[in-house]
Design a protein around this ligand. Structure first.
Ligand code: FE2
Length: 465
């Protein structure tokens, strides 16, 4: 009897806790887990030392180098001399195992206020074998550094593939926790990065050495799997007060993307196909009004999406369209007004944004009825609409965004003010498993998770909680 009473009491407590978490007043969840808002200054530069040796190559990172995944762009910096500006590479398996080829690099460099960059090398390699491990080596003699990556499988409708998702990373102790947590997750094969990289611009004169330290920081992941880049506001580096008038100068010198292969005229917006996903990257900080290059490109691009080839349509941008945090509230609104109807018509599966330093996942909602005079200004449930994820919770110098609007709006399914990363594990043309991992948990724990159903092949409402 004693045992039964205590069991019943435990069950009631668990039930009460569960009900407290899901809430009674609305469908969404505001997690009770709120991270402390203590300061998070950048780690000292000495925490990101260059590799040993004279002119040793550093800041090695890779991204997709073509439209369909057989290409890779390998980038690195040499601090003092232009050489070596080539990269030997060879397959670790398959019929061309150990057959060594060499790719030349294009060199760029730039000046920013009182800073001069090292030599920034970008080597584009194309026509690799699909689904194959490759080695590559940068540097010569005692400075030679060996890395590896795996190409994706051939693009196709039922190709399983797992993406990592991160945003607003910076270079604090929290950033390091997020990145280490991500690296310890063995499943993610390619990073979808939602913008705001180094936060160099939070330092006096946009201290561009912070771009170098950030490049060294992320190398432990970005040299081994592609990071797909999106530009955020911290990539602008537009600073008339120090006579720096060229937007995105450090970012565009350092992080090259294959924009021409999707007929884009700017590295700030482009698309790739990888495994079973068609990924569109947009720029929240470039013109997107009617007739602008980005508007014209996106309109064309959406007509090229072939769901028979790539069932999953994913969009990356920086400033979220649906955000119920008081930080950056409605900053993405004008872009939403410009493009939301296209996303609904195209049945975009998921939109990934950063900018707000917290985590939030939306319901499938749209707000395209509103025409100023009809009064229909509230978002409605819409099974043709994307799920919007805000994942600006990398853990940068600016700290946590811990002020959510109250009450939680109906479009918001789950939100939490702490740091972490997410993964999107595409299983086939209908199902993908999405998980968000807060830094304080082990990778086996998902603080938020959802089976996503493909909008083209299986447009069924997901069970949100
Ligand atoms: Fe931002």
């Amino acid at each position: 009897m004693q045992f039964n009473m205590s069991t019943a009491s435990c069950l009631l407590t668990v039930l009460f806790l569960l009900l407290s978490v899901v809430g009674f007043c609305h469908g969404g969840v505001t997690s009770s887990y709120v991270r402390k808002a203590e300061g998070s200054s950048d780690l000292p530069k000495e925490a990101f030392p260059p590799p040993p040796g004279f002119n040793a190559p550093e800041q090695v990172h890779i991204t997709q180098g073509d439209r369909g995944g057989r290409g890779v762009i390998i980038s690195w910096v040499t601090p003092l001399m232009r050489h070596p500006n080539f990269v030997p590479y060879w397959a670790a398996e398959g019929k061309l195992k150990n057959y060594k080829l060499t790719a030349p690099a294009k060199i760029t460099s730039y000046r920013y206020f009182n800073y001069t960059s090292g030599y920034i090398h970008h080597a584009t390699i194309k026509r690799l074998e699909y689904d194959t491990k490759y080695f590559y080596e940068i540097g010569i003699g005692v400075c030679a550094r060996l890395f590896h990556f795996r190409t994706p499988p051939k693009v196709g409708p039922d190709v399983p593939y797992t993406f990592g998702i991160m945003g607003d990373l910076g270079q604090t102790i929290n950033s390091n926790e997020t990145l280490e947590h991500y690296i310890s997750n063995p499943t993610a094969q390619t990073m979808l990065f939602a913008g705001d990289l180094s936060y160099a611009d939070d330092h006096p004169y946009h201290d561009n050495e912070r771009w170098d330290t950030w490049g060294r920081f992320i190398e432990k992941s970005a040299a081994y799997q592609p990071w797909i880049w999106t530009a955020g506001n911290h990539e602008l580096d537009f600073a008339p007060e120090i006579q720096e008038y060229v937007p995105f100068k450090p970012y565009m010198n350092r992080y090259h993307v294959p924009y021409r292969s999707s007929q884009s005229t700017s590295p700030l917006w482009y698309s790739i196909k990888r495994a079973s996903a068609h990924i569109i990257v947009l720029s929240s900080y470039s013109a997107y009004g009617k007739y602008t290059p980005q508007y014209t490109w996106l309109k064309q691009e959406l007509t090229k999406v072939n769901r028979a080839e790539t069932p999953w349509l994913i969009v990356l941008l920086h400033s979220p369209w649906y955000n119920s945090n008081n930080y950056h509230f409605m900053e993405g609104e004008s872009m939403r007004v410009a493009f939301e109807s296209w996303f609904v018509e195209s049945k975009v599966d998921i939109v990934l944004a950063g900018h707000v330093h917290a985590y939030e996942r939306s319901e499938r909602i749209s707000n395209v009825r509103y025409n100023i005079t009809d009064g229909l200004s509230t978002p409605i449930k819409d099974q043709s609409a994307p799920i919007y994820i805000t994942i600006g919770d990398g853990g940068n110098i600016e700290g946590i965004a811990n002020s959510f609007t109250d009450p939680q709006p109906s479009y918001s399914a789950f939100r939490e003010a702490s740091f972490g990363h997410a993964t999107l594990a595409i299983k086939n043309r209908t199902h993908a498993h999405y998980t968000w991992h807060r830094n304080q948990d082990s990778n086996a724990v998902a603080a938020d998770s959802l089976w996503l159903y493909n909008r083209h092949y299986y447009p069924v409402e997901e069970l949100s909680h």
